[in-house]
Design a protein around this ligand. Sequence first.
Ligand code: SAH
Length: 459
Amino acid sequence: MSKSNPPVKPGDQLTIEIDNQSHTGDGVGKVDGFTIFVPSSLPGERVKVKVTKVKKTYAHAQVEEWETTSPDRVEPPCPVFERCGGCQLQHLAYPAQLEMKRCQVVDSFARIGGLEEVRVLPVRGMEQPWHYRNKAQVPFAKRRGETVAGFYASASHAIVPFSHCMIQQDANDRTIQIVKEAVVELGIPPYEEKIHHGLLRHVMVRTGKQTGDVMVVLVTNGHRLPRKEELIARLKESVPGLASVVQNIHMRRSNRVLGQENRVLWGQGWIEDAIGHVRFRISPHSFFQVNPEQTVVLYEEVRRRAALRGDETVVDAYCGIGTIALYLARDVAQVYGVESVAEAVEDARINAELNGIKHATFETGAAEEVMPRWVKEGINPDVIVVDPPRKGCAPELLDAAMQMGPQRLIYVSCNPATLARDAAILAEKGYFTDEVQPVDLFPHTHHVECVAVFTPKDR
Ligand code: SAH
């Protein structure tokens, strides 16, 4: 960009060609080389817009009128799509969503990693890309004296009420509605975020797709839950498959959904589900992939690319409840997992038992602290799997992994930007990947999951 002053100001009306899409799904066009983000527009469209916000290097504008529309544009099936922050891409045909996500990965590798040569394979998508989520986290609030429950609008805490979510499994939708009706009738007060007052903050529902188990977690700003017994009775009566009712106590002002303390109000305190041939117990604080159908696809990509013979030692870093470690266990001699959430590690150990797996060891701690210790202890894996959160791998973890000198490092990533950054770090250390396999775990949202295998250059 050559100009020092933005060529547009708020309120300007102009017509632009949308020729790109941001990683969050906004259309992107240019005016004299200056970037304009236009939500709701798609590449290939010509739109009349009104500029809403201008920053030093970019502006935002909203569509006033479409002069042409993209052949990939579809009618979003969800009535609250425009307002709700849950999905970003329902207006884009599913095959085009997959290609958009592929381009996002290509772009990250080129721009952030400086690795243009890495081939990005077509994204593995779903045949029926709806009603896939096994977990719903629904904020409750008070609006004009009434209890409302819904999803947050994009970049906001304004609640968009809904009764049916197109990407949730039906059991989650139904359960949320049952909880909502019950708390209204029983007069259980919702939380009021602005004044940090009131009780019910969130309801989290998790469903086991294979088992039908349902867990309801009531997140409360306080220890006392009035009319608890009646609420439990209602849930037992109306929620098929109810396995657990848990109260999570969360009294801080915070954007985190869950607080530290769980109290099991009824049932076992967890649910079970299965991914492929492995059964898992899942506790409230434990991470579990939200799209179980595509998780099999993801883990199969990991397994295939691990090319195991049966005698290997495998490390699973950021292992959650041991999912990848246990999925690979029957193909290897020994697996080690490390995970920072203690409750998840407890689940992982029980999951090993549940599946009769004796050669899996799990440790609680930060992967970047435990892995260097494992190096000193002489743990010498043939294959390392890493599956970090969005911020990617800590440098100390990549260092330790390289010191272990594995034949393969399999990187599972939910953020192409940090994957590309870490790929560049690994390349400096002599480990390279030729290709990346994206898997669509989150249809209609802008998120994309990737698997890449890094091997030492001269092996
Ligand atoms: N591989 C698992 C979990 C992946 S999600 C699965 O597919 O189910 C990432 C996990 O990393 C979460 O369980 C999170 O609690 C954990 N985590 C986050 N930061 C960590 C760290 N520094 N060290 C170890 N685990 C961490």
